[in-house]
Write a protein that binds this ligand. Sequence first.
Ligand code: ZN
Ligand code: ZN
Ligand code: FE
Length: 758
Amino acid sequence: MGVAQMEGRRIRIQGTVQGVGFRPWVYRMAHSAGVTGRVRNDSAGVTIEAFGEQDALARFVDALKNPPAAARILAFDQSAIAAEAAPDFEIVASERTCDHVVSIPPDLATCPECTAEIFDPANRRFRYPFTNCTNCGPRFTIATDIPYDRPATTMAPFEMCPACRREYEDAADRRFHAQPNACPVCGPRLAFHGPDGTRLTPDDPIAAAARAISHGLIVAVKGIGGFHLACDATSEFAVRRLRERKHRDEKPLAVMVRDLAEAETLAVLSDVERALLTSAERPIVLVERSAECSLPSGLAPHNRMLGLFLPYSPLHHLLLADAGRPLVMTSANLSDEPIAFMDDEAIHRLVRIADCFLMHDRRIETRCDDSVVTVIGGEGAVLRRSRGYVPRAIRTPRPIARPVLACGGLLKNTFCLAQGHDAWVGPHIGDLENLETYDSYVQSIARMQRFLALQPEVIAYDMHPDYLSSRYAKRQPQSTKIAVQHHHAHVVSAMTEHGIDEPAIGIAYDGTGFGTDGTLWGGEIMVATPASFRRVATFRPIALVGGDRAIREPWRIALALAVDAFDGNVPGDVLALFDVDDRDRTFVGKLLAGRFPAPLARGVGRYFDGFGALFLRRPRSAFEGQIALEWTQVADPRVSRSYRFTIDTTTACPEIDVRLAFQDAVVDLARGEPVASIAAAFHNTLTEATAAAVRRIVPSVGALPIVASGGCFQNARLAESLCAALAPEHRVWLQRQVPPGDGGISLGQAVIASALCA
Ligand code: ZN
Ligand code: ZN
Ligand code: FE
């Protein structure tokens, strides 16, 4: 071999590359390729300087393109540098350079190796609830600053013992540079507190918590992104007690099961659902209850679906093993308040709900709820994007020239920060309707700005003047503020995650959003770009008598539909279907006839509410979307018939009109047609009407890409049937990474604002 020519290469990698075992992996790749040099974390991601012969460098660069599972590479560039005679390849200490942004990794579920260790009596981490390694453990929720290194996490106060330190420094060890590395000698410890918050000292706090649960008690458990309330999911009594104390009337409660085998006994699972349940993100997965499922129906009243998830921290694994049964694990809060995450605050707020507390001394820096996912059309769709996903960036097709803060909506709020090709959607905040949630929103925005070292120059917000997020936006000092129409934001959110930057046909169906014509929108079909939209179809508006009250009492919407469908002369047998006080019905009927000003709403979600309330004879809704969900679940999948509809082209924007469908449904009911068949025909009608409205405009606008978003597309039946109805000529892109509901609009707002001020 002659004197080989040494070359040098500088490789910069951006994305989720810190805290996911990336540098140790680069180190191993360098060794096996035979290159020398160094790798370090910096505020922009990871920088590698590699030296070696041309072939070795090429092998190394190739290997870097298949990173470890938890890492995400968003940008990769390399340049030639002068060769250096570096003796070895090394990992050098982090360097803080403030000129770029970095992505702190999301929290990762406990890996199989760590799980095996905590159940191995011979291992020094046997039953140690804070076990982690470079492949797993908390990240985002314990980070206090960037770059992501132990001193900038809430692990800083815990000094590693010699054994942990050896692992941390040994490049061949699974814990090499695992920032939260800990063991029973040096790491965080558990504590058990009684009902009034007094600290008790049982020998084994996890066993004590499991015992309490087996006696039907409610235990507040401090987890990764906040506290859970845990109780025996198999006990009707415990579940009812939890509901009463939490003031959570009928919302479904999530259930944690020990492993996939236990999940299979409760639900019918597909391969995609199994993969989601066991993914490193460990979301709650909405799955269909199996016929053999023996859990009390009180977990999710009137609901065929069940929210299941698997343990994602060693503490969960141990608790589930000791309890020996599935556990309700629901966010620890009073209904509508944000999840508790600090010790004193948790005791203070939960003292009337929890019977005891299982806590620990590792601080949670950032509150982060469990994420929720479901399968639509054979693929996962994130319905609530939080722990496990946040703060992973979503790549925008067009660069965001000036940094943007998008403030999101009202319900299921998230915010979004964007710069360059990255959009970071923040953790789930919840419904911005009380002071606690608002405070958490403001703090969360400030913290994410700090983590990303991002100073927004542009503020985007929803056009609705009364949303707390819009008011927050208006108070910000930045001079560039852009109000974004709600459904335009839904559509551009879907376009963005699929990399669509050219005009698209957007279908945005939800409950309510502020429209520009004095009505509430939510049944909108538009031709949109990030900078503009033009509505091409909408739904005929319905009167909401009592405004928001009509949403809680959807029988009011049903009556409005009936009055509209029968031109004011609602037949007596239809009126007899209303399961409400006659005086109430007469009063609302008078308001409808008298043309008193009531808000007019076009939301498809309102049609679900109205039809569902009447035909299911369920006049009231315990929470947003409850009746709509039941109306969908009752629909018979084998029924393919539909009802009549028209598209009225005489209105300013063509209107899908389902008054005839309402009449048809009433006739069906009178004929004794089962409700399951009526619900199915209703769904099929919406799908056909939507497909017809889309086909109607294709000749004039061309075969543009089609996206569908809005809360109605959390509904797998509607989404799947729409995809089928437009296939094979058209493909409909659904939201996958970002919620179709209002948790997804901040992404659209950010991209729209950026396009408008470019
Ligand atoms: Zn691990
Ligand atoms: Zn240790
Ligand atoms: Fe919406």
